[in-house]
Design a protein around this ligand. Structure first.
Ligand SMILES: Nc1ncnc2c1ncn2[C@@H]1O[C@H](COP(=O)(O)OP(=O)(O)OP(=O)(O)O)[C@@H](O)[C@H]1O
Ligand SMILES: [Mg+2]
Length: 241
């Protein structure tokens, strides 16, 4: 079934949630039935944080999702650390079977399910279990979000190489400009990257001031993503749609 999208990235903080929120906004505008799952989220220091600032809250808001936050994010941890470390320090043991079951029971195959990873491709989730293992388990088309800053050509090529080494053919990248003062590295990022890896560039997002506070920015960001191609690669509409 082709109704899924796994959003991974080259690192933490590269913009996976912003891409998920932008897509969520665009999908609800198009009246496409979709869901969003953030399997594990760290740094959830209080119920207020979960309700207002978490990845789950942002994407729920952007996509006007009716689900409760607990349905979107099955496991949360207080400390802002990689999920496995945050769980261990909190004395919580989550097996990969428990994790995978919690995700699969949240997937409705008739809708487009967006799953956001944590950190980068090799971020640890459970004992001997990385984001990469979850991508292999779910078999959803995989999108890589990356920064455009100096160093990101290296990080992105490494991520793409590892995916291909694992026989996973990513559907493309979205390059995200997270700096207010883009320079030559940012401006030449996609041309430098595609010179060494002919990956499809599905989006090139500009820096947006006050992105987290001004939600009208999602409409502006959506204009910088090739949503038509992305949907073709991830979504099979129901016959009546
Ligand atoms: N295009 C952009 N313009 C301005 N700020 C941005 C942009 N993209 C992301 N940011 C900011 O960068 C920060 C990190 O982005 P985001 O939360 O999407 O990263 P992430 O990859 O989802 O991180 P995590 O691994 O923690 O889930 C956020 O505060 C966000 O507002
Ligand atoms: Mg995120």
């Amino acid at each position: 079934m082709n109704n899924g999208l796994f959003i991974t990235g080259t690192d933490t903080g590269v913009g996976k949630t912003m891409v998920a929120a932008t897509l969520a906004y665009a999908l609800q505008q198009r009246q496409i039935d979709f869901g969003y799952i953030k399997p594990m989220e760290s740094g959830i220091s209080s119920p207020e944080y979960l309700a207002q600032e978490s990845d789950a809250a942002l994407v729920k808001k952007a996509g006007a999702l009716p689900e409760q936050l607990e349905e979107i994010v099955p496991f949360t941890f207080e400390e802002p650390l990689a999920p496995l470390l945050a769980a261990r320090r909190a004395g919580i043991k989550i097996t990969k079977e428990h994790l995978v079951n919690s995700i699969k029971e949240r997937i409705n195959p008739t809708r487009l399910t967006i799953v956001e990873g944590a950190g980068g491709l090799l971020a640890p989730l459970c004992d001997n279990y990385l984001i990469l293992d979850l991508i292999k388990e779910l078999k959803f088309p995989t999108l890589v979000v990356c920064r455009t800053a100096l160093g990101s050509v290296n990080h992105t090529l490494l991520t793409l190489d590892r995916l291909r080494h694992e026989k996973i053919d990513p559907i493309g990248i979205i390059a995200n400009n997270v700096t207010s003062t883009p320079g030559i590295a940012e401006e030449t990022f996609t041309s430098q990257l595609t010179e060494f890896n002919p990956i499809t560039v599905l989006g090139n997002l500009p820096y947006m001031k006050n992105l987290d506070n001004d939600f009208s920015n999602w409409r502006k960001l959506a204009a910088h993503i090739d949503i038509k191609t992305l949907l073709k690669l991830t979504y099979t509409p129901k016959p009546q749609e």
